[in-house]
Design a binder for this molecule. Structure first.
Ligand code: GLN
Ligand code: ZN
Length: 776
């Protein structure tokens, strides 16, 4: 039962973290790894840099009072790839490279070589971190290689730290894998569990020999709805690992959502400890744990601090959660909910953020400190942390009362939104007729998704502007020239609906965030997206408003250079949230509504300026789907409402487009319909138009542009290949509703291939139109 902490508590709470940002304060890791790729840094220097970064991170954690530091979470590229190496699951095609040189082979798996494609990359649960997908088949033979894990543990121990190795757990590892090329259809990597467990056993034994008291096995896959077969596999895995004679104490960790049905599985297993998330939707773990009778005899690492957002913790609330948890486990330690990989390193580095606002922020370093404060409060009583509690209370109060977070005009407007505001008054058929009359497009109209190649000249111009080498006028002249060239090309190539090419946008979220009130930019807030790619997500900190039009000037400029319609281009409200740090002091639905209203004003201004076609991109709609299916309906309801609120204020003859990437739309088909866009473009080239069939099967009745040019590859598709895809599309979607476009934006491509590919795309559309006219 809940006991209040006293100075006499027998087992003292410790502070720990599950993982820490890898890059170093000056992104030293990125520089070293990219230097190695370019041949400027040798392997020894790269390893030295990596070891120094680990040493500094551990020392920083220990100095802050963290009692047990994580090891093995560091990575030169990706921790899932490290796990692939640890279990010897190198794909056949990369084996020679790995045998020739382990480090070069590692990077070959990550990035591919001239001859060999890399491992596929995909999102790590619902974060913006991407991991390399293991490829496993019936022939996969696992072998243990614990050198990285034992090496890093050895370093930490030698530096005098109490350390806990952190590994991707065997069940999650298999669930994250995909069948290797050549595996029989329907092959499930989880069937390899019995082969994988002995390898984990060997690694555990090696870690024990290297001095590990505890080892953490991360099983975030268990916070997704899993069928009994998976839960049984987890039970078997932990029974078997727990039954080993020669092993360290085991701690099974879940995070990102509630542990649900997996709680009894892990609680009953012979592991000595569990780490659970108690933030966001995972706060439900508290009641679940109490209802299950707690974890008698086990250690609990309580993730009471949100490890993937940037706000200071509510320390008093956490203390009260921890006090309850004290009665539910043998020993309770304090930690952020998940690895701090997902947040920037240090909020105190942000010198340009208003000091009033900076007090509200906690990045990795501050979250470690918060863990220490809470552990101390738990051990020694809240009196001993009175100054920290007072500062925390005052910072939180200042946030709640700030004009940034409370703009009465924004709140009044959001409160006054009615269902009618989020519904276009005319049905699709009526809109389609009005748009046909206004736009006069041919059958199978051709268009692109928005961006054109971001050339070196454009990046240089942006860098020159930032460094003060050119002024705003000179920069704008560069952008204007680029827009004129992009339009001239499209006119000549014969595309039907043109774009301005987005040369002025560094990033599709940041560009808008910089112009909206309520968003903050960071200077050093880098977060790993994948490998050496880091992004600086903006912080959605306050009530959102749009002081001035954001895109109208360039769109109107572009339209003044062509007779054909130019599409206006906006990033949708869901994506504006998904690729930012969002506020945690109000429901996401409220935040989305504010962003939608700001974008709605932009849509209105574009329309008033004469823009007949407006595209609102929502590539993130599917990727932010909640992990638990029970939460999805609510999410999709507010997400689609926000999109409609953005777009529903236009006239019948203004055509609304939307765009999404990714190939699997099955789970959100109904939501796509709920968007009520006039035209949707989707990725489809690699799956040979499969999405067109899926949409048709679902009864989708609006216009569709399934991508016919795979922009993820430099390959130029030929005319007949595109025409064949179009004919395939026509088998599912009637010609009146089929658009012709690439899979996604062209910003990562080069001009040479883009030029020819788009010429082929236009020619393919003409060929198929002619076939229809000829009655074929
Ligand atoms: N309009 C954006 C572009 O063309 C869309 C990008 C995206 O979907 N990720 O770049
Ligand atoms: Zn896209």
């Amino acid at each position: 039962m809940a006991t209040h902490p006293t100075a006499f508590t027998a087992v003292r709470a410790r502070a720990t973290v599950h993982g820490y940002p890898r890059q170093g304060p000056g992104r030293e890791l990125k520089k070293a790894v990219e230097g190695y790729w370019a041949g400027r840094v040798d392997a020894a220097a790269l390893h030295d840099t990596a070891a120094a970064l680990r040493r500094d991170a551990w020392r920083r954690l220990a100095d802050a009072g963290v009692h047990e530091v994580p090891t093995g979470d560091f990575s030169l590229y990706d921790h899932v790839l490290d796990t692939t190496v640890m279990v010897g699951a190198v794909p056949e095609r990369h084996r020679a490279a790995v045998e020739a040189d382990a480090l070069d082979g590692y990077f070959a798996m990550a990035r591919g070589t001239q001859q060999l494609p890399p491992l596929e990359m995909t999102k790590w649960f619902d974060t913006n971190y991407h991991y390399l997908v293991p490829e496993l088949g019936p022939d996969t033979a696992f072998t243990a290689d614990s050198t990285k894990q034992t090496g890093e543990l050895g370093e930490a121990l030698a530096q005098g730290h109490a350390a806990r190795p952190v590994l991707v757990g065997p069940v999650t590892y298999l669930l994250l894998a995909k069948p290797a090329p050549g595996a029989p259809p329907g092959f499930q990597p989880l069937t390899l569990l019995d082969r994988l467990l002995p390898v984990y056993a060997e690694v555990l034994s090696d870690l024990r020999a290297a001095g590990a008291e505890w080892v953490q096995l991360d099983e975030p896959a268990l916070v997704q709805d899993q069928p009994p077969a998976v839960l049984n596999a987890a039970a078997r895995a932990y029974r078997e690992l727990g039954g080993l004679a020669d092993r360290p104490k085991l701690l099974a960790a879940t995070y990102f959502d509630r542990v649900g049905d997996a709680l009894p599985v892990l609680a009953k297993s012979p592991v000595e400890g569990l780490a659970l998330d108690f933030t966001g939707p995972a706060a439900a773990n508290l009641d679940a744990l109490a209802a299950a009778g707690g974890l008698p005899g086990k250690r609990l690492i309580a993730g009471v601090i949100d490890g993937r957002n940037v706000w200071i913790n509510d320390l008093e609330r956490s203390l009260s959660t921890l006090a309850t948890l004290l009665g539910l486990a043998d020993r309770v330690d304090v930690a952020p909910s998940c690895s701090l990989l997902h947040v920037p390193l240090d909020a105190t580095a942000e010198r340009d953020v208003d000091p009033q606002v900076a007090r509200w922020l906690a990045f990795a370093r501050q979250k470690a400190e918060e863990s220490v404060t809470l552990a101390r409060g738990l051990n020694e009583g809240s009196d001993t942390i009175a100054p920290q509690l007072a500062a925390n209370r005052s910072a939180r109060a200042s946030r709640a009362a700030s004009a940034l977070t409370r703009d009465p005009a924004v709140r009044a407007r959001a409160a006054a939104v009615t269902a009618a505001d989020a519904r276009r008054p005319q049905p699709y058929a009526e809109r389609a007729a009005a748009q046909r009359a206004r736009l006069g497009l041919p059958l199978l109209p051709t268009t692109t998704i928005g961006s054109f190649p971001q050339t070196r000249e454009l990046r240089t111009a942006r860098a020159d502007l930032r460094a003060g080498r050119i002024d705003a006028t000179a920069y704008d002249e560069r952008i204007a020239t680029e827009i004129r060239e992009v339009l001239a090309f499209q006119d000549k190539a014969g595309l039907d609906v043109l774009v301005h090419g987005e040369p002025e946008r560094n990033d599709m979220v940041q560009y808008f965030a910089e112009q909206l009130t309520g968003y903050l930019a960071t200077q050093h807030g880098w977060v790993q997206s994948y490998g050496t790619r880091y992004v600086r997500p903006p912080i959605l900190a306050g009530d959102i408003s749009r002081p001035e039009p954001m895109t109208v000037a360039w769109t109107a400029y572009a339209q003044s250079h062509t007779e054909r319609p130019v599409k206006g281009m906006l990033t949708g409200p869901v994506t504006m949230l998904a690729w930012s740090f969002v506020r945690d002091d109000q429901p996401l639905a409220d935040t989305a509504r504010q962003v939608a209203l700001a974008l709605r004003d932009e849509v209105g201004d574009l329309e008033a300026a004469g823009t007949a076609v407006i595209q609102v991109d929502e590539p993130a709609l599917r990727e932010t789907l909640p992990l638990r299916t029970a939460d999805r309906a609510e999410y999709l309801a507010w997400a689609t409402e926000a999109f409609r609120l953005t777009t529903a204020g236009v006239r019948a003859d203004t055509q609304i487009h939307t765009h999404m990437c990714y190939a699997e739309f099955g789970d959100i088909m109904a939501a796509i319909e709920q968007l009520d866009a006039d035209v949707i473009s989707l990725e489809a080239a690699r799956s040979r138009m499969q999405v067109a069939d899926e949409l048709a099967a679902a009864g989708y009745a609006h216009a569709v542009g399934p991508g016919v040019y795979d922009i993820h590859s430099p390959r130029v598709p030929d005319v007949e290949e595109i025409a064949a895809l179009l004919r395939k599309g026509l088998a599912a979607i009637p010609a009146e509703r089929l658009w012709v476009n690439p899979d996604c934006g062209l910003k990562t491509r080069g001009w040479a291939e883009v030029r020819t590919s788009l010429e082929h795309l236009v020619e393919a559309a003409q060929r198929v139109r002619a076939e229809r006219a000829g009655g074929q």
